[in-house]
Design a protein around this ligand. Structure first.
Ligand code: PEP
Ligand code: MG
Length: 887
């Protein structure tokens, strides 16, 4: 017979802490505590398998469950000396949810179950406390009606308010037993009126209805939204824990509270928590009364006149401290515990790893290692890499009021506040005049770069997580929100409309790039703080990881930023981004639009000079570390002038009529530019661009050597090949240029030539490609785009719907699709290494900064990941965690 029910209590338990999948976090930890001899009210947990059965079989239960529940109730009776539904010493129960990973407050709980018109009287006479008994009964009716019958709890509050008003009372504590009897009677009438049946009196009926309601709460809207946000699979389900009630509301020798074994906001190693005298757990959470400090030190610090638990109940306090110290040492992590003191006797109701701020997480990990509780790899594994972002950018101050006007994709983290600019030129002017600026665009293109540079934050209405705005903003470390589709932009009259409100140029808005929130006005922020603990954890992470972490950067400033964050080198310098600066943009446009050889040669010469200077600076910034330079890869449309003013400018520059430029531009326009004349295709139709770039790279390299500041290795990378022929062609041009340069300057450049694998065909052909390549690097942005056939620039509009519907676990442009795109990465790596066992393999798409993807790449045997500078610490930590998990 399948075991569905696991009992615990009185030094024994059928479950344990490592059975979270089956018993949920709460059930597993209660079992563990019971076995440790920590005082927990006895109870039993109905497994998550029952939840799966419940949902898979029209909300029915498996055979044998009911018998196992009855046996378990019997066991609780033996341990407590009370009987469920009995009129002498009635046992009351709490029915609580609990999934594998904690989902605080998302699912439902029913407390004080088992009370009816008779057991309440029994409870009153047993405790000689009518007030307590009927207050408890009314709490039960209210909670049962809310959770099980979905009756709005507000209507009950109204009744209570009326009764208090009738008697001239301000506080619940002023009500006597008689008053509570009156409240109970009105609650029951309301129940019957609203639901057409009397309040259920059979305790067994109450119990099964409550169990069903708690299972069902796995699928309430709150819980579903929370799971989407935290990527918790729907199939996990919840367990249900049924436990004997203990009462914190039995007068002034009773209390209830919550505590953390260390301070969850600073990480300081002191007991931190609050309690309420004569109250039940939900009173602490609901905030109707102000809780008191647990320790005397905290009370003094808070300058509170209400006595601490330490002072009020020294015995239970002492015992509590011993229990939580033991729990922390046992779990080797900071614990968040709930407790109740019933008539002087301490009970622990829950323990779990406590949520904490990033600052606290770092301090706790470092200090616990110092205390010998955990090892360095444990400490490294304890810190959530994704949350490190909190430390690297300014963020919205905790508790700051947010006047939300819209939401978009959280494209680049950090918060920024500024005046709205609707075009890049205004952004530059406003910045120059000393204002903070948020650049708001439908989408961005290379022409916007100056404005993006000037802006403090970027907001686009279109585009996904790898759109131009997103990639560039992340590279710059600027907060950015993309795909904010509910906002309306009127570029003509320069207005932004959001939730019925209209914003003009110069109006203040704040964006939170980590949450994707757009807010009106200025919202308070806090600045990043890179404390000593952060450095320590990073050092330990580097000792653990085997994957190299490089950066995607192409300006000396970004390279320096990346190296200061601990990058092992540069894995992708996108040379087309180097053309964004004013004069260079004009020169590249002249080249693309040149109608004769003279113009083309002029433009090439000019570009070569710019590139040589820029490469020399870039190499110097990367001294001592390897650098990968990618040859130009512009989807052409990103560089074409599209407004009459710019067309005039370009025409004047190359000395032709504007109409010619217009025609030429039109002829170069493509229906699918992302699948168009870009990457190595451009190098094949315009090999002179390859020659120019290779020459500029080699000369810049010599300049850096002459300055004594050369990188540790030069790697030249060819984008967007579909097979070996393209690579062989471009490689040949590079090698020829190298020979010519060696001949002219009498010094031979040392370099490697590799390629990006960013098309499915390239992944499949990696075996033959590797014959031509010294290294390969997966461009997972394009590989995702082409494997899915989803435009990376437009996906933001509708991809979210797939996530909401559960058709996608996460945005594949953010976290690698391991089954599909990931499979191509594996195939490409295997085939590449079949040809060249020592082939160096990396990845340089945005996934290089995503912890889950990094774990996957580590497992796939890659040598390095490359990501935006601001994600370097995250990637270092994630790489270390992946290596530790792999041991
Ligand atoms: C990629 O496609 O993953 C890549 C790194 O290249 P880009 O984003 O420049 O297309
Ligand atoms: Mg690409």
């Amino acid at each position: 017979m399948t075991k569905w029910v696991y009992t615990f209590g009185d030094h024994h338990a059928e479950g344990s802490a490592n059975m979270k999948d089956l018993l949920g976090g709460k059930g597993a930890n209660l079992a563990e505590m019971a076995a440790l001899g920590i005082p927990v009210p006895p109870g039993f947990t109905i497994s998550t398998d029952v939840c799966s059965h419940f949902f898979g079989n029209a909300n029915s239960y498996p055979d044998g469950l009911s018998g196992q529940v009855s046996t378990a109730l019997q066991k609780i009776s033996e341990m407590t000396g009370r009987v469920f539904g009995n009129l002498h010493k009635p046992m009351l129960l709490s029915i609580r949810s609990g999934s594998r990973s904690s989902m605080p407050g998302m699912m439902d709980t029913v407390l004080n179950l088992g009370l009816n018109d008779e057991t309440v009287a029994a409870l009153a006479s047993e405790t000689d406390d009518t007030r307590f008994a009927y207050d408890t009964y009314r709490r039960f009716i209210q909670m049962f009606s809310d959770v099980v019958m979905h009756l709005d709890h507000g209507v009950f509050e109204e009744i209570l308010d009326d009764v208090k008003a009738d008697h001239g009372f301000d506080f619940d504590t002023q009500l006597t037993g008689e008053h509570w009897i009156e409240v109970v009677s009105q609650y029951k009438s309301l129940f019957e009126e609203e639901l057409g049946e009397p309040f259920p009196q059979d305790p067994m009926d109450q119990l099964w209805r409550a169990i069903g309601a708690v299972f069902s709460s796995w699928n309430n809207a709150r819980a579903i939204a929370y799971r989407r946000l935290h990527k918790i699979p729907d199939e996990w389900g919840t367990a249900v824990t049924v436990q004997a009630m203990v009462f914190g509301n039995r007068g002034n020798t009773s209390a209830t509270g919550v505590a953390f074994t260390r301070n969850p906001s600073t990480g300081e190693n002191t007991l931190f928590g609050e309690f309420l005298l004569n109250a039940q757990g939900e009173d602490v959470v609901s905030g109707i009364r102000t809780p008191q400090e647990i320790t005397e030190t905290a009370r003094v610090d808070a300058a509170s006149d209400s006595p601490s638990l330490e002072k009020l109940m020294p015995g239970p306090f002492e015992q509590f401290q011993q229990c939580v110290t033991r729990l922390e040492a046992h779990y080797r992590d900071m614990q968040d515990v709930e407790f109740t003191i019933e008539d002087g006797k301490l009970w622990l109701l829950q323990t779990r790893s406590g949520k904490r701020t990033m600052r606290a997480a770092l301090r706790i990990a470092v200090e616990m290692c110092g205390e010998g509780l955990i090892t360095k790899p444990d400490a490294v594994s304890r810190v959530d890499p994704a949350a490190l972002d909190q430390l690297l950018h300014p963020t919205i101050a905790p508790g700051a009021k947010r006047d939300l006007i819209g939401k978009g994709l959280p494209a680049s983290p950090g918060a920024a506040c500024g005046e709205i600019a609707f075009d890049p030129k205004s952004a530059e002017q406003m910045k120059a005049a000393g204002h903070q600026v948020i650049l708001v665009r439908a989408e961005t293109s290379p022409e916007d770069i100056q404005g993006m540079h000037a802006a403090d934050g970027i907001l686009t209405l279109r585009g996904g997580m790898t759109s131009h705005a997103a990639v560039v903003a992340r590279g710059m470390g600027k907060p950015c929100i993309c795909g904010a589709g509910t906002l309306r932009l009127d570029e003509q009259i320069e207005t932004l409309t959001a939730m019925g409100r209209t914003f003009k140029k110069g109006d203040l808005i704040t964006i939170d790039g980590a949450a994707g929130h757009i807010m009106a006005g200025r919202v308070a922020m806090v600045q990043p703080e890179l404390s000593g603990d952060f450095g320590t954890i990073m050092e330990w992470a580097d000792e653990c990881r085997t994957l190299d972490v490089r950066a995607n950067a192409e300006t000396p400033a970004d390279v320096s930023q990346a190296l200061s964050f601990g990058a092992d080198g540069i894995g992708l310098a996108r040379t087309e981004h180097m053309f964004f600066e004013g004069e260079r943009l004009a020169a590249i446009r002249s080249l693309i639009l040149a109608t004769d050889d003279v113009n083309r040669t002029d433009a090439l010469d000019q570009l070569q000079d710019f590139q040589r200077q820029d490469f020399a600076k870039l190499f110097a910034a990367c001294a001592g570390k390897p650098i990968t330079i990618r040859l130009i890869d512009p989807p052409l449309h990103e560089f074409l002038p599209n407004d009459p003013e710019t067309i005039e400018e370009v025409a004047a520059k190359i000395g032709v009529a504007a109409v010619d430029v217009e025609q030429q531009t039109a002829s170069l326009r493509e229906t699918n530019p992302m699948l168009g004349h870009r990457g190595c295709r451009l190098a094949i139709s315009h090999p002179e661009i390859v020659d120019m770039q290779a020459r500029a790279i080699f000369l810049g390299w010599f300049d850096a050597i002459d300055e004594g500041r050369e990188p540790a290795g030069l790697e030249i990378m060819i984008p967007l090949v579909t097979g070996s022929a393209e690579l062989a062609f471009v490689r040949e041009r590079i090698d020829t240029t190298a020979k010519a340069v060696a001949h002219e300057y009498d010094r031979a450049p040392e370099y490697l030539v590799g390629t990006m694998i960013e098309l499915p065909r390239a992944a499949l052909m990696a075996g033959s490609i590797a014959q031509q390549a010294d290294f390969i690097s997966f461009g997972t942005n394009d590989l995702t785009q082409t494997t899915y056939g989803i435009s990376r620039d437009d996906a933001g509009q509708w991809l979210g719907l797939y996530e909401t519907r559960g058709m996608l676990k996460s945005d594949p442009f953010v976290s690698i699709d391991q089954d599909g795109v990931g499979e191509l990465v594996k195939i490409g790596s295997e085939r590449g290494r079949q040809t060249k066992p020592q082939l160096k393999i990396g990845i340089c798409g945005e996934h290089g900064g995503d912890p889950a993807s990094i774990e996957f790449f580590n497992g796939s045997g890659l040598d390095y990941v490359s990501c935006s500078p601001f994600r370097i610490p995250i990637a270092r930590l994630a790489a270390a965690q992946a290596a530790i998990a792999d041991r």
